[in-house]
Design a binder for this molecule. Structure first.
Ligand SMILES: Nc1ncnc2c1ncn2[C@@H]1O[C@H](COP(=O)(O)OP(=O)(O)OP(=O)(O)O)[C@@H](O)[C@H]1O
Ligand SMILES: [Mg+2]
Length: 262
C-alpha cells in the first residue's frame, strides 16, 4: 500500500509547550481519516504539517512520496487541498468567491495563461455549483455567511484536483441542514472513484460522513488511539480522549456521543 502521509515521531514545540508530542501516524491512499480531540489537542497543528505548511521541531514527515525538508514545498502544496480557517483568514476579504477558488490554480499553470484562465474559471464555477454556492460567485468573500464561506473554501481546496484533501472543521458554523448537506456531499466525494485521500478534523461525531474508514484520537498533542473506525471509535477511547465518561451511539453509518448516564 502506498502511503500518502508518513509521520514518524513528530513533535512540535513552542517554548516549553509541546503542541505535538512524538506523534506517529500513517495514511494510506485508499483511507479516509477522521481526527478527533478536544480544543488545543494539536489537530490543526498536525494538519498544518500534513499540508507542508509547518515543519516539525523533531521527527520525519513524508507527504505523497516526498520528504518534508527535502522537497520544494511550493511544488508539493498544489497536490494538497487544504480547507482551514487559518488559511481563510489570510485571504483578502474583498476577493470574490470565484476568484478565491480560481487562484488556487495559480502556480500550477503557466503557459497559455489566457486559455487556462477560461478553463480555470469554468472549473471553479462548476465546483462552486457542486458545493451549492454557485449563486454567490461574484460576491466578496467577506459578505458571505459562515456556511457559504466554508463551501467556497472546500471548492478552493478541490480546485487543483489534489491527491490529498485536508479539511479542518469544515462543519463549524453550519446550521443543521447545512451540516447534513456537507456530510452528504463529503460522503459522495470520498466514494467517487478518483477521490483524493481525505483527512477530516472535527469536534462533532455527527459530522463524520459515512465511508470514512479510520480515526486518530488526539489529546494533549499525543495520539490516544488510531486505526480502523470500527475498532478505535469506542465509548472507552472517546472518554479517555475527552477526559469525560462518554457514550457512543451508531446509527446507519453515522455517529453521535453523549455524556454517559450515571
Ligand atoms: N505559537 C504557539 N505558541 C504556543 N502555543 C501555541 C502556539 N500555537 C498554538 N499553540 C497551542 O498549541 C495547542 C494546539 O493548538 P491547535 O490549534 O493545533 O489545537 P486544535 O486541536 O486544532 O484545537 P481546536 O479544536 O481548538 O481547533 C493549543 O493549546 C494552542 O494554544
Ligand atoms: Mg483547530
Amino acid at each position: 500500500m502506498s502511503l500518502v502521509l508518513d509521520i514518524q515521531g513528530v513533535s512540535v514545540r513552542r517554548g516549553r509547550k509541546h503542541l505535538l508530542d512524538d506523534v506517529t501516524w500513517t495514511v494510506g491512499e485508499d483511507e479516509r481519516w477522521v481526527v478527533l480531540g478536544p480544543n488545543g489537542a494539536g489537530k490543526t497543528t498536525l494538519l498544518q504539517i500534513a499540508a507542508a505548511r509547518l515543519h516539525p521541531t523533531q521527527g520525519q514527515v513524508g507527504i505523497l512520496d516526498e520528504r518534508l525538508g527535502a522537497v520544494d514545498v511550493f511544488e508539493l502544496r498544489p497536490r494538497i487541498g487544504l480547507c482551514s480557517n487559518a488559511l481563510a483568514s489570510t485571504m483578502p476579504t474583498r476577493e470574490k468567491a470565484l476568484d478565491m477558488v480560481v487562484t488556487a490554480a495559480y502556480g500550477v499553470t503557466g503557459r497559455w495563461r489566457e486559455e487556462y484562465e477560461r478553463l480555470d474559471e469554468r472549473r471553479a464555477f462548476e465546483l462552486l455549483n457542486t458545493w451549492g454556492v454557485g449563486t454567490v460567485f461574484d460576491r466578496p468573500f467577506a459578505t458571505l455567511s459562515e456556511g457559504e464561506r466554508k463551501r467556497v473554501q472546500i471548492a478552493r481546496a478541490l480546485m487543483t484536483d489534489p491527491e490529498l484533501l485536508l479539511l479542518d472543521e469544515p462543519g463549524a458554523g453550519l446550521d443543521l441542514a447545512g451540516r447534513e448537506s456537507l456530510v452528504h456531499r463529503t460522503a459522495e466525494l470520498v466514494a467517487s472513484e478518483d477521490a483524493p485521500t481525505t483527512v477530516l478534523v472535527t469536534h462533532h461525531l455527527e459530522e463524520i460522513p459515512p465511508g470514512f474508514t479510520h480515526v486518530l484520537l488526539l489529546r494533549d498533542g499525543r495520539s490516544v488511539a488510531q486505526g480502523s473506525i470500527d475498532e478505535v471509535l469506542t465509548s472507552e477511547n472517546l472518554s479517555t480522549t475527552f477526559d469525560m465518561p462518554l457514550e457512543l451511539h451508531t446509527r446507519n453509518g453515522r455517529f453521535s456521543a453523549f455524556a454517559a448516564s450515571r
